[in-house]
Design a binder for this molecule. Sequence first.
Ligand SMILES: [Zn+2]
Length: 96
Amino acid sequence: MSSYCQACGRAGPTRKVQFHKHTGMLIMMQHGHIGGNFCKSCINDTFMKYTGWTAVAGWWGMISFFVTPCVLVWNTGLYLTTLGMPSEQTDTPQQM
Ligand SMILES: [Zn+2]
C-alpha cells in the first residue's frame, strides 16, 4: 500500500493528520489548520512550526488564553500517535 504525501508529494508511508495554529491578538484571534495525508518528515516539520508558533503567539488574548492549551495538547497528542510511523525512505539507495 503506497500513498503520496500531500505536502511534499513524495511516495511513502503517510498518515492523515490535522494540526492547528492559534494566534492571539488581544481582542482578536486567528486560527488556522493544515491537514491531509502527510509523510513523517512533513508531520515533524508541521508539528514544530504550528506548535512552536502557537506556544509563542497563542496566548495573547482573553479567549486565546484558553484555546492555546487545547491546541498544544491536540497537536502534541496527534504527533505522539505518529511516532511509531516508519520513516520515509531516503532518496539515495543504500549500497550493500
Ligand atoms: Zn511529505
